[in-house]
Design a protein around this ligand. Structure first.
Ligand SMILES: Nc1nc2c(c(=O)[nH]1)N[C@H]1C(S)=C(S)[C@@H](COP(=O)(O)O)O[C@H]1N2
Ligand SMILES: [Mo]
Length: 428
């Protein structure tokens, strides 16, 4: 039995609601969400999740991780670009997402709740769509703003959420596309931008459940509604984009948790976690510090002086964090990872490396890096930056820096390097 669709009555009486307005917001999301999805998947790949359980413990990623590939080290700024886009675009789309949700809110409360099988499927996709969308944006923002509210599991939550949300978006687009195209053709965008509040009339009822049956007097034009959402996005852009774009915009990045004022001097760039917060004790990075290099069944121990006596190289590279902030290029100086591999006998084609920090608590104590990352001549165990020794907060006495790798791979306060993939397995 099928009930005819009804126009919206009850509390939702805005005369602006209608298929046209919803489709305009929907079109913006239709462009933005795929970019978020792709850059998000790229970020996950860049994390080398398939390399070691230390990097990532997402269960079942084998299926959803079908696309994982060896993240390149060229161009060195790629991750800074893709992740800056991911986080900035995600934040900028929030007002559009909220406007879109506002525009369809009567649909979430239609009666009867289910009219037919098709309707039931559509409502289920709506649940995943709205729930999935809110979940992805919320976990994303929390991760950006509060660091690690979900210790260790942000990747898992955000990764699964992305697949659910994207599936729901795809279903929604497939179901709604013809209607949305019709709606977009029903009014002229430029004419709407010239229509004042006084001349704003409701869209004709189309049985789609958006247009109010008894619309209230307009208090705002469609131009005003679009402008409000657009202005919201613009303000968010100005308040956050500087954390990844850098330059003069950095000073307006008031909403960005990192990187507005990082002091000056050689070590004057953002600090994700200070030595104190990471529970790095002064004695761990003092005179007794030793670097242990393992691999091929051999072990070599170096003092800081011995490490610094090895062939030194410089590389100008940024740190680009998964949270979207990044530094401009810093001039790192230190020893090539591939030269350290050679110390334990990996003279040609060194394997990946397992990196451990002196850090006693918290995440990012250890990461695994791929062979292509070890082999890049710009990949360093750096002891200096911009001509000065690393500050304690930037990882003194030594930290990893790898071109195009997410910031989380650039382990600070390094204690031990283990070359050779089999060691990953033993430790995982
Ligand atoms: N040992 C250790 N290394 C670490 C971290 C950490 O918490 N502990 N944070 C990582 C993350 S998430 C980032 S983005 C970079 C930040 O480096 P910075 O604080 O020097 O800017 O360091 C990485 N190296
Ligand atoms: Mo990070």
């Amino acid at each position: 039995m099928r009930f005819p669709p009804r126009p919206v009555s009850g509390p939702f009486r805005s005369p602006l609601r209608g298929p046209w307005l919803t489709s305009v917001f929907g079109s913006v999301l239709l462009v933005g969400l795929p970019v978020l999805f792709v850059t998000g998947l790229l970020s996950y790949a860049a994390y080398n999740p398939d390399l070691s359980h230390i990097n990532d413990q997402t269960p079942g990623k084998g299926l959803l991780g079908f696309y994982l590939f060896s993240w390149p080290t060229h161009p060195y700024w790629l991750y800074r670009l893709t992740q800056g886009m991911h986080v900035t675009l995600g934040i900028v789309l929030i007002p559009i997402l909220l406007a879109k949700l506002w525009s369809v809110v009567p649909k979430l409360f239609t009666l009867p709740p289910v009219r037919s099988l098709g309707h039931a499927l559509e409502r289920l996709s709506l649940l995943l769509l709205v729930g999935g969308g809110l979940f992805e944006f919320t976990t994303g923002v929390l991760n950006v703003q509060l660091d690690y509210l979900f210790p260790g599991s942000f990747y898992t939550l955000h990764f699964y959420g992305a697949w659910v949300f994207t599936g729901a978006v795809a279903a929604h687009v497939a179901l709604r596309m013809p209607q949305a195209v019709r709606a977009l053709r029903s009014r002229e965008f430029r004419a709407e931008l010239r229509t004042s509040t006084a001349r704003t009339r409701p869209e004709p009822a189309d049985g789609g459940g958006l247009v109010a049956a008894h619309p209230a007097e307009p208090t705002m034009s469609r131009r005003g509604a679009l402008g409000m959402a657009g202005l919201g996005s613009l303000v968010l852009f100005v308040l956050t984009a500087g954390q990844s774009i850098g330059g003069p915009l950095r000073r307006t990045a008031l909403l960005a948790p990192h990187g507005r004022d990082s002091g000056s001097g050689p070590n004057g760039f953002p600090i994700n976690k200070t030595a104190l917060k990471a529970h790095v004790r002064p004695q761990d990075i003092g005179e007794d510090w030793r670097l242990t290099v393992r691999g091929n069944g051999r072990t070599v121990r170096l003092t800081l002086g011995q490490l610094q006596a090895l062939a030194r190289h410089t590389a100008a590279l940024p740190i680009a964090c998964v949270e979207g902030w990044s530094t401009e290029n810093q001039h790192w100086q230190g020893v090539r990872l591939r030269d350290l591999a050679a110390l334990v006998g990996h003279h040609t084609d060194p394997p990946g490396v397992f990196v451990e920090s002196v850090q006693l608590a918290g995440s990012f104590r250890a990461v695994a890096l791929r062979a292509n990352q070890v082999r890049d001549p710009r990949s360093l165990l750096a002891t200096n930056v911009n001509g000065a020794p690393l500050s304690p907060d930037h990882g003194y006495p030594a930290r990893i820096i790898v071109p195009d790798a997410p910031g989380v791979m650039s382990t600070k306060w390094v204690r031990q390097l283990t070359f050779g993939a089999t060691d990953f397995e033993e430790r995982a």
